[in-house]
Ligand binder design. Structure first.
Ligand code: FAD
Length: 400
């Protein structure tokens, strides 16, 4: 059996290794258009490679995928985070879990993962064909023809693992086969707030806020970081991932609402009522769990005098302050891509694929894996997990 894997990334290597291990007699070739493989694995996780996430319940794991979570449930039943950990550990690479559940190689180096995948492929006799761009796929009666650098080669099975494409035109060669493509747009980006005075607080981190997009149901929580261009941090990045399609449609002009205290109005009013007899100055006595710089910024913005005493705060100003603390509205104009873990959402529509086997429903013998599918996760190792799972299933089922 001749199996071609298109793309030498995480998904392609997992697919090729699994195919060869499933059927040692198969002839497996990885075609990579550039002269390097596993480039993203190498740079991932700040050079440490966040391989997966220590979430060992399928129902909890799928909540981390703005697109594809529901469909991945079927795939995770066959290859889950526990299988990823075993897969690497049984090949001599132990993983460690950090406080936020992200899992990295114990070596703290992505090179360990690159070496393992490369050595496994080599030991199994998988062929690596560099500078081999596949420009067309033609399903024929007894297999599939691939056009590679002007040549036509015949295969029994083909696994397409060519990664995410920031532009829709990058997927034209697959569109020609009739596949439904969801227009790719960036996911995981930070919010630009040009000239907003809040950017003067750059570097300030607020540990637990609730963020939402005005006029939508999108809502996330977690740490928020104020940057010199706007806002970042998990509470913003998660919101960008879940809102990726809507925010692209709005051309990245929208309002974000921040609840700086992760509290409801009743709770805050009750805290404030304890201060009604306080003779302390508001600037000096900040009873809330927010950084001093942010507290002073808010009082300044509301033009509350520096010597304002708590029990003399006018009702109107108290209401304005409560509104700012719980429902601060900031205008966003544009985005900045979060370079560390950029992913694109969109790609091949999952209705085209049998998620238990990753085989195309349209063409027998063609399989899909990795980021070219309309699957994307938030940061934390979820994108690699999707690549390992879909790569494993494509490799196994193509080789049977
Ligand atoms: C900087 C950065 C850091 C990241 N860090 C993490 C992290 O720590 N944890 C995490 O879970 N996710 C992370 N991600 C996301 C993760 O890297 C990707 O989701 C994952 O690598 C996708 O793997 P893939 O094999 O599907 O695609 P890719 O890794 O993109 O591989 C696809 C390959 O196919 C080749 N190719 C494309 N078209 C053709 C063609 N026509 N013919 C032949 N070859 C072709 C490409 O050159 C490429 O080598 C990070 C992403 C980036 C950019």
């Amino acid at each position: 059996m001749k199996i071609a894997v298109i793309g030498g990334g995480a998904a392609g290597f997992m697919a090729a290794i699994t195919a060869k291990e499933t059927n040692p007699k198969a002839n497996v070739t990885i075609f990579e258009k550039t002269d390097k493989v596993l480039v993203k694995v190498k740079v991932s996780g700040g050079g440490r490679c966040n391989v997966t996430n220590a979430t060992f319940s399928i129902s909890k794991l799928i909540k981390n995928y703005p697109r594809g979570g529901r469909e991945l449930k079927k795939s995770f039943n066959h290859f889950f985070t526990t299988d990823t950990v075993n897969w690497f550990e049984s090949r001599g690479v132990t993983l460690k879990t950090e406080a936020d559940n992200r899992m990295f190689p114990s070596s703290n180096s992505s090179q360990t993962i690159v070496d393992l995948l490369l050595n496994s492929a080599e030991n199994l006799g998988i062929r690596l064909s560099y500078k081999s761009k596949i420009s067309a796929i033609t399903p024929i009666e007894n297999g599939i023809n691939l056009s590679i650098n002007g040549e036509t080669l015949h295969f029994d099975k083909v696994i397409i693992a060519s990664g995410g494409s920031p532009k829709e035109s990058g997927l034209d060669w697959l569109k020609k086969l009739g596949y439904k493509i969801i227009k790719p747009v960036p996911s995981l980006f930070t919010f630009n707030m040009p000239k907003n005075p809040i950017t003067k607080l750059m570097g300030l981190s607020v540990p637990n806020v609730i963020t939402s997009i005005k006029g939508s149901k999108l809502r996330q929580s977690g740490p928020l970081l104020i940057t010199h261009w706007g806002m970042s941090g998990p509470a913003i990045l998660k919101l960008s991932a879940w809102g990726a399609q809507d925010l692209a449609k709005a051309n990245y002009n929208f309002s974000v609402q921040v609840n700086w205290l992760s509290m409801n109005e009743e709770e805050l009013r009750s805290q404030f009522s304890n201060l009604t007899s306080s003779r302390k100055q508001m600037y000096k006595h900040n009873p809330l769990d927010i950084p001093k710089r942010l507290w002073h910024f808010m009082l300044n913005k509301l033009e509350i005098a520096e010597n304002q005493i708590w029990n003399e705060l006018a009702k109107k100003n108290k209401n304005r302050l409560i509104n700012m603390l719980l429902n601060d509205e900031l205008e966003v104009k544009g985005k900045t891509t979060f370079k560390e873990e950029f992913v694109s959402c969109g790609g091949i529509d999952l209705s085209e694929i049998d998620m238990q086997t990753m085989e195309s429903k349209r063409h027998k013998g063609i399989y899909f894996a990795g980021e070219l599918l309309n699957i994307d996760g938030v940061t934390g190792g979820f994108n690699f997990q999707a690549a390992w799972t879909t790569g494993y299933l494509a490799g196994k089922n193509s080789a049977l």
